[in-house]
Every structure is written in C-alpha cells, then in structure tokens.
Ligand binder design. Structure first.
Ligand code: SF4
Length: 222
C-alpha cells in the first residue's frame, strides 16, 4: 500500500496544532494512562456519551474493575450496575465480552494488530485506531466526527459528504500523522481538542484558531 501524500501546509498545520495543544489541551483522566484496557474503557464510554459525563463514571468503573482480568471474571449483572447512569448498556455488555475474549484468546493482553483489535466485540475502525494511537502510541489516524470536520474544513473544502469523501479525509489524517509515537499521540489528541473546543460544528471560532493561517476555510474568515 502506498503512503498517502501529505497535503499542502501539512508541516505548518502540525506545528501550529501541537504548539496550541501543549498550551491549551484538555487534561482528561484517560490521557494520563497508556494502559490499553483503561483506554478501551474510556473509548467505549465516549462512544455515545459526552466527555464531561464520562469523567464522572470512568474512575468509578475502574475502581471496581481495575484490570481486564477483574472485568472478565465479573458477573453480567454487576457489570451492568457499574455502568449504571451511562446508558446504552450494550456497550457494557460488549466491553465485558471483550474482556473475556482477551483473557481467553490473548492471555489477557489487548492485541496490537488492527485486524485482531477489530475482531473484538464492540470494536470498529475508530476504536481500533484509538487503542493503537492512545495506548500503544502508534501513528494511527483516529477520525471521529470532530476530527473529520477539522480536516474537511482545513484541507478538503470541496469534498462531498459521501463515503468516498470520508475515505479521502481519513487518508489525509493518515498522511498528517507524525512518525514519532509520542508526537502522534499528541497530534491525534490535539485534533480532537481542536474539533471540540475551536472548530465547532455550528460556529467555528476561526479568529481564535491556531491553524487559521494554513486552513482553507479559516483564511477566508474575516
Ligand atoms: S480556522 Fe476555522 S475552519 Fe479552520 S480549523 Fe480553525 S476553526 Fe476550523
């Protein structure tokens, strides 16, 4: 497979974004760890729940099930109780099932290969990328709705909103990945924060945006 070509201004975009993230990035509990199980718990919780709400439940769940082994051994009723308040209980059932699969098939170690990760219950392309980037510090693109919006506005203003356009945006996100793992971790978190704090869906705050000089949309903003 050929490596996608980085877009115009890629280097300046990365530099500006990383400098901003180091000053302004959010300090979230799941960013203080590289434990793949803890990262997975946060990603499952974040699938349908806002960050502020997840911060109230993440620590409580991990106090009860601090390791994947502890979760694998738990009774389904107890797991559901630990998830109480977050809703969408299917996520808790999938996470429980994932823990049992990892204990049984991988000796308790969450896999590092994308294909193996994606075979685990409840893990799609996005969650697999998140584990690779946020736990294993690999340069894997992690493209959620917020990140897709940032990349589209910054580099692909003429892109449609179909599956082909989404693939193009994911290719650009991959091409932008820094090679160094630690920097790739920061870069992916920075894209998330830019989408959540500045490049908002309805009213992007372009005048406060660190990447405005190299963003196709931002440069047109007065
Ligand atoms: S300049 Fe505006 S459109 Fe571009 S990334 Fe920043 S907030 Fe989004």
């Amino acid at each position: 497979m050929t490596t996608p070509k980085p877009p115009c201004h890629a280097l300046a975009f990365k530099r500006r974004l990383l400098a901003w993230f180091r000053r302004e990035g959010r300090d979230l509990p799941w960013r203080r760890t590289r434990d793949p199980y803890h990262v997975l718990v946060s990603e499952f919780m974040l699938q349908q729940t806002q960050v502020a709400r997840v911060t109230q439940y993440y620590g409580r769940f991990l106090n009860r099930y601090p390791t994947i082994k502890a979760l694998a051994k738990a009774r389904p009723k107890a797991v559901r109780e630990a998830w109480d308040g977050l809703g969408y209980y299917r996520r808790a059932a999938n996470l429980h099932s994932l823990a049992k699969t990892v204990e049984r098939d991988y000796g308790g170690k969450i896999p590092t290969r994308p294909a193996e990760l994606r075979r685990l219950p409840g893990v799609g392309a996005y969650t697999a990328g998140a584990v690779l980037a946020f736990a294993y510090e690999q340069p894997a693109a992690v493209v959620d709705t917020n990140v897709e919006r940032v990349i589209r506005r910054a580099f692909h203003t003429r892109c449609a909103t179909d599956a082909a356009a989404s693939r193009k945006i994911t290719e650009t996100a991959s091409a932008l990945q820094p090679k160094c793992g630690r920097t790739a971790w920061e870069f992916n978190q920075a894209l998330m924060d830019l989408g959540a704090m500045i490049c908002l869906a309805r009213s992007p705050r372009c005048l406060q945006c660190p990447v405005r000089p190299v963003c196709k949309t931002g440069r047109r903003t007065k």
